[in-house]
Design a protein around this ligand. Structure first.
Ligand code: FPP
Length: 258
């Protein structure tokens, strides 16, 4: 059982959802079955994050490199995305979750872009949480796009190259719209960043779990946040024991994960 202090939540959680294929393989099913179960885990994680009060959740749903997978798997992933953009609409609306998307979205098929546009505009005023989908996304690609934009501005005399600072770069990174990553989770046992949110993760706490993405649950998220909060305690000014919740502490401040 994980114990989460809801007064010290990470403001931006980002997740590399890995292990769908292995989950399916272990059950003698096609990889696409793993992605379908992965979509259920997305729903559970989104709900749990919203319920806790995490302001931003970025999910690595499709990397720039994923285009090189077999065409049938790419098509299945795009179809699943499109289905989810319809099936999860009410979930987003009812919970005031704003949908946003980052990545080279122009590479997505037209019907996927259109559904994405519809739901992002329908939810754009919501402030309950931002669900940020990284689609056709790569951290290096995002930095390249920003570098091109800055170079163009410099060429046109709109920017003095000597005055380019962190803020100027961050302002051109769509992933930074929800701020830097506090907690970066990767499921599936590998311990890599895999070209995800390279700029925004500069000071992120990294949390790796062997759990395969389709098995990830609300409790898995609570465990990751508990670990994150433990690390803050290690680097903070107050000894660990003093930050542990005393019994009887206000339930509004603490949530016992079940
Ligand atoms: C990595 O697992 C996962 C993906 C490439 C796709 C992630 C997609 C989903 C979780 C489903 C739908 C999501 C949304 C937002 C609708 P892998 O296939 O690389 O697994 P493996 O390492 O076991 O092969």
């Amino acid at each position: 059982m994980a114990l989460v202090d809801v007064s010290r939540l990470p403001q931006h959680v980002a997740i590399i959802m890995d292990g769908n294929g292995r989950w399916a393989q272990a059950r003698g099913k096609p990889r696409t079955a793993g992605h379908e179960r992965g979509a259920d885990a997305v729903r559970a994680t989104m709900r749990a994050a919203r319920r806790l009060g995490i302001p931003a959740l970025t999910l690595y749903a499709f990397s720039e490199q994923n285009w090189d997978r077999p065409q049938a798997e790419v098509n299945a992933l795009v179809d699943l995305l499109c289905e989810c953009l319809v099936s999860e609409r009410n979930e987003l609306v009812d919970n005031e979750i704003r949908l946003s998307a980052i990545g080279r979205l122009h590479k997505l098929p037209q019907h996927a872009r259109s559904r994405l546009r519809t739901l992002t505009s329908e939810t754009e005023s919501y402030q309950g949480m931002t669900l940020n989908l990284a689609l056709s996304y790569g951290g290096r690609e995002e930095l390249i796009d920003a570098a091109r934009a800055l170079a163009t501005k410099a060429r046109d005399g709109e920017v003095d190259p000597n005055e380019i600072d962190e803020a100027a770069v961050a302002a051109l990174l769509p992933s930074m719209e929800v701020g830097p990553v506090d907690l970066l989770i990767r499921t599936g046992g590998e311990q890599r960043i895999s070209n995800f949110l390279l700029w925004g993760s500069a000071y992120a706490e990294l949390y790796f779990t062997d759990e395969l993405w389709p098995d990830f649950s609300a409790n898995s998220l609570y465990c990751a946040i508990e670990a994150y909060q433990g690390r803050q305690r290690r680097f903070g000014l107050v000894p660990d024991a003093q930050q542990r919740p005393a019994s009887g502490e206000s339930p509004s401040k603490l949530e016992r994960a079940i």
